[in-house]
Design a protein. Structure first.
Length: 80
């Protein structure tokens, strides 16, 4: 008889979406607000104190399909 284990991994993507329609794009203040909230959510999720640094690759910024700038991070939960 085979011996094995299995697991289910649930990935959650946390996103903050800033409108960036042309010709003006996104205002720096709006990106800064979304960045601050995303960083706070990352810290809360990972239990980081304010004086602890957030890893350089923790938050990702990319252009959305609909004239937006997207800030995101991912989390995973493993259930046996």
């Amino acid at each position: 008889m085979a011996t094995f284990t299995s697991e289910t991994v649930t990935r959650t993507v946390h996103r903050w979406i800033v409108p960036a329609a042309e010709p003006w794009g996104a205002a720096a203040a709006e990106i800064g607000k979304a960045w601050a909230v995303a960083e706070r959510a990352y810290r809360d999720h990972h239990g980081l104190r304010d004086e602890e640094s957030v890893p350089d690759n923790a938050l990702r910024f990319h252009v959305g399909d609909d004239a937006t700038i997207v800030i995101e991070f991912e989390t995973e939960a493993v259930a046996s």
